[in-house]
Design a protein. Structure first.
Length: 146
């Protein structure tokens, strides 16, 4: 489908592959999700996730939880900005959502995260810092609560 693209996949601690996929269907802003238990040869049908944003970036944290970061380009559910959600069950449910950075408009996104040796997360993305400025690369250093 032409309205689903920019997938991101993570290998979970149990060996399953979990993917979130950007969805640009008219009024639908929920990312789609799918999983594979055979190394990617077959995948479950794509279903709507509960995460509103695009595009996704996935990271398995040191403690085995799954982190999803994504931009929100619509003034819904918290407004423009960069968001993160954490799942303790491999993406079946999401434990919480946190807003990492607010934005002045919808020219933002493409976050990517890494976990640093001290356990903090560095998430980088593009957006404008102040209204009227051109976009730039920005970053947020943060910590996932246990």
């Amino acid at each position: 489908r032409s309205w689903m693209h920019e997938p991101h996949v993570a290998e979970l601690p149990n060996g399953e592959l979990f993917a979130l996929v950007r969805c640009d269907k008219a009024k639908d802003v929920l990312m789609r999700q799918t999983r594979s238990t055979d190394g990617g040869r077959t995948w479950t049908p794509m279903t709507p996730s509960t995460l509103s944003g695009l595009p996704p970036h996935l990271l398995v944290l040191e403690d085995g939880r799954l982190l999803a970061t994504y931009g929100r380009r619509r003034k819904t559910r918290g407004g423009y900005g960069e968001y993160a959600s954490v799942s303790s069950d491999g993406g079946r449910t999401w434990d919480f959502e946190v807003k990492l950075s607010g934005a002045k408009n919808n020219d933002l996104g493409y976050p990517a995260s890494v976990q640093l040796p001290d356990g903090t997360i560095l998430t980088v993305y593009y957006q404008a810092e102040f209204k009227g400025e051109k976009t730039c690369l920005m970053g947020t250093l943060w910590r996932v609560r246990n």
